[in-house]
Design a binder for this molecule. Sequence first.
Ligand code: HEC
Ligand code: HEC
Ligand code: HEC
Ligand code: HEC
Ligand code: HEC
Length: 555
Amino acid sequence: MKSHLRSRLAVGAMLIFFSWVLTSSAVPAADAISGVVRDAIGPVAGATVRIQATSQAVTTDGQGRFTVHGLPLDQPVMLTAWAPGYYIAGSVPYLPGSDGVELVLVPHASSDNPAYQWLSALASAGEQGNCQNCHADPASPDSMLPFDEWVKDAHGLSAQNPRFLTMYTGTDLAGNQSPPTRYGYNRDYGSFPLPPDLSQPYYGPGYRLDFPATAGNCAACHAPAGAVDAPYGTDPTQLSGVATEGVACDFCHKVWDVRLDPATGTPYENMPGVLSFEFRRPPEGHQFFAGPFDDVAPGEDTYSPLQTRSQFCAPCHFGVFWGTVIYNSFGEWLASPYSDPATGRTCQDCHMPARGATHFARPERGGLERDPAGIFSHLMPGAADQALLQNTAELRLAAEYQGDLITVTVAVANTLAGHHIPTDSPLRQIFLSVAATGAQGQALALQAGPVLPQWAGDLAGLPGVYFAKLLQELWTEVQPTGAYWVPTRIVEDTRLPALATHTSAYVFAVPEGRNRGEITVEARLIFRRAYDSLRQWKGWVAPDILMESAIIRIP
Ligand code: HEC
Ligand code: HEC
Ligand code: HEC
Ligand code: HEC
Ligand code: HEC
């Protein structure tokens, strides 16, 4: 492993010299290079030969031969080669006019090595291979290199997320723990859980309150580098080493395949996270990084088309608990027009957009300048990202007078999310809140139309609707609940699918009299990370985010 990383740094310079030796005596076109791609056994057909860091590439023929044309005269170009099952080879300079060029592919292991020790992303781990050494720029606080984005992203922080951990332990942020779950007894069926006693101090639900003796499956997605060896036996509060790095760099870039049910296209039930991935952890003495490029060399890297597909994200963004679908951004995407391979958009298209980076490794560590359109961000914005949330939905407001009433219609359209809104975690809600006020600022009374429910906390009773997947615990009937580690049922799912529009109508009474003055009608679309009682029990700081608002003034 170490030797290949060293070679990445040194080889480029050395080969400028060797390239002259590799040119042969045949006389090809002055602007072309031709040759053959082979492995230890013979020629490799169908290999991609690319002028490194450009979009110019050709494929080898049945004899492994290739020719690239249209090259600038007398300027050496770097060629790389890749074929499925092999590491990327080359990054060797050749002069146009060369013939008989030979690019030799080395196969990577075709099976996984479970004994492999994950590499930490952090330079502080003291190994040469730690990603931060090359994929970060300590000199630039706004660096767009993968490490500098990943440390800020929810994946890099997932094993340490205090909301996740307090839901696991049944504590609040200050460490106070709710009492253990109480049980009732029934002669026919044995013991069954009771709802919490809210007359006593309560700090919200927790996996450990219900299952004090087992670790659960949470780590299979939230701390996958640890859970690979023990998907149901990894306690997220007892992690060490790379497992503490959450969804770690090395983890995602060792993914080789995902196991999906051909009947549904989604992962199998009860196979969350690590259980639905296949890895290519390298044998002793080797390394292996799968990525979206086929021209990253020399080093033990390979191209994997899976890295650019939504299916890569599926094992963690689809999760069924006790037969109830809890997490499902992948399934919602799959069922939406966005999964159309020709006209759709992938998870990566929206969550890993190009941000204008020109490198993805520091230049002095071998990073090449590349087309910014092909370098993808690791920030993965989500529930905390105001800019993303303000680019998710459209709000249209209309109001008209009818005698001494005002009729208001509000349309909310999920125009920019590739799945339902809100998606994935059932803790989330989106509220539409509608208000009409008179000239003196007094709220006009709602005559007809929906109001927000009790669990909306400070918004309860206000005119409006909610978009949420509401779970109820089967035994205790607690609702809404985020304790999906116990059996739950979906009471209702009012979320807005991709590209769908929801319309609601409200009738407000206008105070009588000619001098009623100007009436203001306002609609606000509000994103809430966790339902109100949970936020309070846990002491989470997760302020609502205003997604959209619209206002109409009626003179
Ligand atoms: C959640 C999984 C995941 C994690 C964690 C992750 N990556 Fe990636 N990475 C991807 C995917 C997927 C792509 C390809 C995106 C595409 O093609 O649209 C990618 C692309 C890359 C690339 C190619 C350049 C680019 O940015 O497009 C590099 C280099 C890379 N990752 C390095 C890293 C490093 C270093 C870390 C940790 C500091 C890391 N990745 C963490 C999934 C991940
Ligand atoms: C199938 C993979 C998977 C499993 C298993 C899983 N989670 Fe999650 N969890 C996720 C994903 C993905 C998200 C992010 C979803 C989102 O942002 O909407 C998430 C988000 C959360 C959040 C919200 C965090 C926040 O900051 O708002 C909490 C809390 C949480 N999970 C708790 C748990 C607990 C406790 C368990 C075990 C009982 C568990 N999860 C099991 C995938 C999983
Ligand atoms: C010694 C420096 C160095 C270290 C350490 C390093 N990389 Fe890289 N990595 C590079 C360079 C250089 C490239 C290629 C840059 C280019 O061609 O522009 C690269 C490319 C990649 C790619 C792209 C592969 C492809 O084919 O698309 C991935 C993924 C990647 N690295 C992941 C990682 C991860 C994960 C770690 C940590 C576990 C890591 N790297 C550690 C230098 C390093
Ligand atoms: C190994 C499991 C795993 C994989 C693979 C994975 N994720 Fe996640 N993802 C998670 C977990 C766990 C969270 C929640 C972390 C938290 O909030 O603490 C999450 C959160 C997110 C979020 C929300 C971020 C936020 O700030 O709220 C987005 C967006 C996301 N993932 C997108 C993706 C995309 C796109 C891919 C595929 C390229 C992907 N994920 C692959 C496990 C995974
Ligand atoms: C067309 C663009 C688009 C596509 C495609 C897309 N998303 Fe999203 N995603 C969004 C937007 C916009 C939001 C913000 C709205 C929200 O949080 O519900 C979002 C939010 C999220 C969140 C955060 C949810 C939360 O409340 O914490 C997760 C997780 C997520 N997406 C995962 C995925 C995954 C996995 C895929 C692929 C299966 C995917 N997304 C495909 C646009 C997209």
